[in-house]
Design a protein around this ligand. Structure first.
Ligand code: ADP
Ligand code: ZN
Length: 197
């Protein structure tokens, strides 16, 4: 009944353009008269409840879902393309669902942060990346020096975050920046340098 399915992963740091790429692909599918559904986890309430909004303000409607089971429930039979924003926030079950969908003929596009602010692989991203048909890794511009940036740096009250800082810090002024390898910092974990013998 359907075409051959596929799984595409769009990843990179914050500000890399993941939302823009996902929205661009969703729009192209809509021009092709294909049925598209866009989902996002409920945790991501940045800017707008029912929309995906890129940092430049490009918008697309997205259905907020609580978890993988709710996402699976919300997929329509007639849908051709399933897009998932902020996919790093779902549990490992998202990988199974993405594979099932792709194997059943859906075109699946997921976008997410590949690394957290400590530069650890984020949630289900390693599995998704390994199993994808296509991987798009985007880079942002380092907000400190202007080089290409692959990391997401977390600042708390203007200082580098500590590696053990909780994800939610009440009352602290915090900011996330795209940073290159050289400008990236994390307190409690100095970069290990290789010294040739
Ligand atoms: P992501 O979903 O990866 O966080 P978005 O698609 O929301 O990224 O936003 C990408 C856009 O943000 C870029 O096209 C650019 O216009 C803008 N932008 C703001 N700060 C930066 C930066 N430091 N590096 C690259 N783009 C940036
Ligand atoms: Zn830099």
């Amino acid at each position: 009944m359907k075409r051959k399915g596929s799984l595409t992963v769009v990843c990179g740091s914050m500000y890399a353009g993941k939302s823009e790429e996902l929205i661009r692909r969703a729009r192209r599918a809509l021009y092709a008269k294909r049925k598209v559904q866009v989902f996002k986890p409920i945790i991501d309430t940045r800017y707008d409840e029912t929309m995906v909004v890129s940092h430049m303000g490009v918008k697309h409607e997205a259905v907020p879902v609580k978890n993988v089971a709710d996402l699976a429930q919300a997929i329509d039979k007639e849908t051709d393309m399933v897009c998932i924003e902020e996919v790093q926030f779902f549990d490992d079950g998202i990988t199974d669902l993405a594979m099932q969908l792709a194997d059943s003929g859906y075109e699946v596009i997921v976008a997410g942060l590949d690394q957290d602010f400590r530069r650890r692989p984020f949630g289900p991203m390693p599995q998704l990346l390994a199993l994808a048909d296509e991987v798009i890794k985007l880079r942002a511009i380092c907000m400190n020096c202007g080089e290409e940036a692959s990391h997401t740096y977390r600042a708390i009250n203007g200082e580098p975050a500590h590696r053990d800082d909780p994800i939610v810090l009440v009352g602290a002024l915090e900011a996330y920046e795209a940073r290159c390898r050289r400008c990236y910092r994390l307190r409690g974990e100095p970069k290990k340098r290789f010294r040739p013998s």
